[in-house]
Design a protein around this ligand. Structure first.
Ligand SMILES: *Cc1c(COP(=O)(O)O)cnc(C)c1O
Length: 222
């Protein structure tokens, strides 16, 4: 077992002091690590890969709430829609449509966050400002009754430049504030192991922490 309980207590209490939620990102990590953290009363776990999430969900106690935080392909929505409490990375209307369809089949309403592209890097997914505005408009017309947009999510650039990270989080927070009251958004998911403190200072309500809790990921093993 390789969970870092000292970091967990520290980050949990910092998150609490901002009234922010802590999502423990357990991708590539074994179920025993998840159970160990769950023993410490951690409820929410985030996973990036559909098959891995389904496997873990089947084995884990039902007292765990699962979030899907990775890049989701439309053809895989059906596997995770019934088992997750929140889908963080919705970045297209096509994906939203499919989530709505699967949720409707299951007589459910799926909670989702819209992913916004805030990083300088080309590789990160997400909507730009115009796409967000358009998508929110389309949603408010009532086309997707089985989806509930709870807020926005974003990832800052992978850099040591704190000013840049901060500016990216500030831009996401501004977008959030611009739309929050009209669309009743209450969740702003931003901040990871290396930048959660900056994110919280910029108004994050939900941080997604992996390696600081579970150690570095070894992708070869998973
Ligand atoms: C892996 C991942 C995280 C956690 O990253 P750490 O740097 O290990 O804390 C958070 N959010 C997303 C979207 C991720 O893919």
């Amino acid at each position: 077992m390789s969970i870092n309980l000292i970091n967990y207590q520290k980050i949990k209490s910092i998150a609490d002091s901002y009234s922010a939620q802590l999502v423990a990102v357990s991708k590539t990590k074994p179920l025993e690590d998840i159970l160990a953290l769950h023993q410490e009363k951690q409820i929410v776990f985030g996973e990036n890969y559909v098959q891995e999430l389904v496997d873990k969900f089947d084995k884990a106690p039902s007292s765990i709430d699962w979030h899907f935080i990775g890049h989701l392909q439309s053809n895989k929505v059906k596997y995770i829609q019934p088992i997750v409490k929140l889908i963080h990375g919705v970045d297209s209307e096509k994906l939203l449509m499919e989530i709505n369809k699967q949720a409707a089949k299951n007589n459910a309403v799926s909670n989702v966050l819209l992913q916004i592209h805030i990083a300088q890097e080309e590789s990160k997914f997400g909507l730009d400002e115009q796409e967000l505005t358009q998508l929110l408009k389309n949603i408010s017309s009532g086309k997707y009754p089985n989806v509930h947009i709870k807020g926005l999510m974003g990832m800052a650039s992978f850099t040591d430049n704190h000013t840049q990270i901060k500016n990216e989080f500030i831009s996401l927070k501004q977008l959030f504030d611009q739309h929050a009251s009209e669309y009743q958004l209450d969740t702003l998911s931003m901040g990871m192991s290396s930048d959660y403190q900056i994110a919280l200072d910029c108004g994050s309500t939900m941080i997604r922490i992996g390696s600081a809790l579970f150690g570095e990921r070894n992708y070869q093993k998973s």
